[in-house]
Design a protein. Structure first.
Length: 173
């Protein structure tokens, strides 16, 4: 009897952990299987209105690929950084490490690349991705970096109008 109970308990634990593992795989974000899928059931984007040839003039990623980009290698955090391994279609926001070694990763829409000089996605023909790393230091400039803490504007001291007209009550005059 003890042996049957033990076998049932072990099978229950194994089946439960197998189901939990399958559920984790479903909700773990972009998996390698999804990235390698040919997405045949998704509607294709009409690229006729985008100037240039996809895959030749500009990259056309469907998801942010895993690259060697690492937020530990950037000059300043918080900051926004183009990923040159993706042809600058992907960019990363490095902050405090909560998002992992690549920071929060984003893709520019098809036909656009991350312009490191302007901190925005721009048409592919306006961006020289090979020079993106030269502009990484712009993240140290708080007037350019949208994530850098801004100094609080100094307030002027309040000036009383009419030479302290309101400083003494009128009924004492």
């Amino acid at each position: 009897m003890f042996f049957k109970t033990f076998v049932v308990a072990v099978l229950t634990v194994v089946c439960t952990s197998d189901a939990a593992q399958k559920q984790r795989q479903v909700y773990s974000g972009y998996s390698d299987e999804y990235a390698q899928n040919d997405h045949k059931y998704e509607s294709r984007q009409n690229l006729n209105k985008i100037p240039g040839t996809p895959g030749v003039d500009y990259p056309i990623y469907h998801v942010v690929p895993e690259t060697s980009f690492n937020c530990k290698d950037v000059p300043y955090a918080p900051g926004m950084y183009a990923n040159v391994e993706t042809g600058c279609q992907a960019y990363h926001i490095c902050h405090d490490g909560r998002e992992g070694h690549q920071g929060a990763s984003f893709l520019c829409t098809n036909g656009t690349l991350f312009n490191q000089k302007e901190f925005t996605c721009d048409w592919w023909y306006n961006v020289d991705c090979s020079k993106a790393t030269y502009y990484y230091d712009l993240n140290t400039d708080p007037t350019k970096n949208p994530f850098a803490p801004k100094p609080k504007a100094t307030e002027e001291p309040y000036k009383q109008p009419y030479n302290n007209y309101y400083s003494t009550p009128k009924y004492y005059q």
